[in-house]
Design a protein around this ligand. Structure first.
Ligand SMILES: Nc1ncnc2c1ncn2[C@@H]1O[C@H](COP(=O)(O)OP(=O)(O)O)[C@@H](O)[C@H]1O
Ligand SMILES: [Mg+2]
Length: 267
């Protein structure tokens, strides 16, 4: 499979009043076309910084970021993003919010095709009938669904989700996991999911990348077998328990709460 996203030897520091703050140092990541990588790591280790590098919103001090065979040096319209806080515009209907990227990114679609596409995506995520509502009229989970549609409406090559379900209650979050599987089936994308939820990571992704504490390097990569749509019961299998135990341990290492020598499998 072709590598669609490649991050090689990335180092980055932010300038601060107290001098440079090294955030990434030895970041390696590659995602094949159609792949879905989950990225986990301690709070503040540089996960959101990683998403900005992939979207071309920032350039690394050293190292390279590649998307679909070309080096990323400026913002990419072929990347769709969704965040923990959906930032929908209250003065626009849900439908018009979803159509927003089509007003910004050049598209060959006619106005009515644009609207059809937005309506199709909204129905795919279960928001049929809510097209004319305002964001404040929707629940948190529904707003997040709309935000997902907006991130996908211009058929991005890459979908970046930065803790999209982090603010939702557990049941709503699990519903959205199922929706993600459905969306990926109907609207295939290559994805990067930043999450704090290890169950979410193994339920949705085909590889889980554990970042070390700041400055973050790629500490461990766990391949997830048997991906694709499935029941939540899958999370209670022995296979899932083993993966969760490995990830839990790796997070403890990243947080400096467990010794690092057992991490040699990542090398
Ligand atoms: N623009 C910035 N200037 C200075 N420091 C920043 C900036 N953006 C993020 N940081 C710092 O860099 C570190 C990593 O940030 P971030 O990538 O948002 O971490 P994460 O998403 O893993 O929680 C944090 O300590 C944060 O405070
Ligand atoms: Mg973040």
């Amino acid at each position: 499979m072709e590598k669609l996203i490649e991050i090689k030897g990335v180092r980055h520091a932010y300038p601060t009043g107290q001098g440079p703050l090294p955030v990434l140092d030895g970041l390696e990541l590659s995602v094949e076309e159609g792949g879905f990588a989950a990225v986990v790591g301690p709070s503040g280790c540089g996960k959101s910084t990683l998403t900005k590098l992939v979207a071309g919103l920032m350039k690394p001090d050293t190292g390279e970021v590649w998307l679909h065979g070309s080096r990323v040096t400026s913002p990419r319209s072929t990347v769709g993003m969704a965040f923990q806080n959906p930032v929908l515009l209250e003065w626009r209907s849900i439908l018009k919010n979803v159509m927003l990227p089509l007003e910004i990114v050049p598209t060959k679609l006619t106005r009515s095709q644009q609207e059809d596409r937005a309506r199709y995506l909204l129905s795919l995520v279960g928001l049929e009938g809510f097209e004319d509502k305002r964001p404040s009229e929707l629940s948190g989970g529904m707003r997040q669904r709309a935000s997902l549609c907006r991130a996908l409406v211009h058929q991005p090559e890459v979908l970046i989700l930065d803790e999209p379900f982090g603010a939702l209650d557990a049941f709503t979050r699990e519903d959205l996991w199922q929706t993600m599987h459905l969306v990926k089936e109907k609207e295939p994308f290559t994805g990067v999911l930043i999450t704090h939820d290890l169950r979410e990571a193994i339920f949705l992704a085909n590889q889980v990348i554990v970042l070390s504490g700041r400055p973050a390097r790629t500490q461990y990569v766990l391949p997830v077998p048997n991906t694709g749509p499935r029941d939540l019961e899958h999370l209670y299998t022995s296979e899932a328990s083993e993966m969760l135990a490995i990830l839990r341990h790796q997070i403890e290492v990243a947080q400096g709460r467990a010794p690092a020598e057992e991490t040699s499998a990542a090398e």
